[in-house]
Ligand binder design. Structure first.
Ligand code: PGA
Length: 225
């Protein structure tokens, strides 16, 4: 299977013009890359404009969604809305959503189930092995679900990179051996990206800060392809 490289732009950039420029620049840089799948997850407000960009490369994902299909849920976006828009992936359970928005395992499981039922591909984030135990076991067997291991201590938060030692990441990957496809996330950059794939044994990467710099992001993609 091809490696999966996911860009999590978080709450960036500030304007649509910047979002388009970043998306176009990444698209041009990875145009010839055939042996990996690349997904950009921008803020909700930029999704439709970026989806209208042709050719549709890279693919697009959302950073969250709600579990209900429609109704009185002010501020929320349903999985069905995303699917109808043409979005392919959704990141769920990110540690920042758990921390800032109080998302619990129960809420995350409901979101995962609803997103899969709507036909979205789910990137389910976990910070350690206990989070996997909380993911409902029936969910783990779904084909369209990819687990992303992101130790909270390694997430850059937009500040200096603080990557998880490769040996530690490798141990975590081994503890998830029953799961065939796992991404690593947390302070990934063009220097360390290849190590998480080749030495630690992950099948792809979830990239925050470094994905906001197209040159750096393209270098990461090239480093592992
Ligand atoms: P980072 O973020 O690459 O900036 O550490 C990763 C993430 O939070 O998904």
């Amino acid at each position: 299977m091809k490696p999966l490289i996911v860009a999590n732009w978080k709450m960036n950039p500030a304007t649509l013009a910047e979002a388009k420029a970043l998306f176009d620049s990444v698209g041009r840089g990875v145009k010839t890359i055939k042996n990996s799948d690349i997904v950009i997850c921008p803020p909700f407000v930029y999704l439709s404009e970026l989806l209208a960009t042709k050719p549709k490369l890279p693919k697009l994902g959302s950073q969250d969604c709600f579990w209900e299909e429609a109704g009185p849920f002010t501020g929320e976006i349903s999985p069905k809305m995303l699917k109808n828009l043409g979005v392919e992936y959704v990141i769920l359970g990110h540690s920042e959503r758990r921390r800032w928005f109080g998302e619990t395992e129960e809420m995350i499981n409901k979101k995962i189930k609803a997103a899969l039922a709507a036909g979205l591909k789910v990137i389910a984030c976990i910070s350690d092995a206990k989070d996997v135990r909380h993911l409902a076991s029936n969910i783990l067997k779904k084909r369209n679900l990819v687990v992303a291991f992101e130790p909270s201590s390694a997430i850059s938060g937009g500040g200096p990179f603080r990557p998880c030692p490769v040996e530690e990441a490798k141990k975590m990957r081994q503890s998830l051996a029953f799961y065939p496809f796992v991404l690593y996330g947390g302070s990934v950059n063009s220097e360390n990206a290849r190590d998480y794939i080749e030495r630690a044994g992950f099948q792809g990467l979830l990239i925050g800060q470094a994905s906001l710099n197209s040159k750096e992001f393209i270098e990461i993609v090239k480093a592992i392809c």
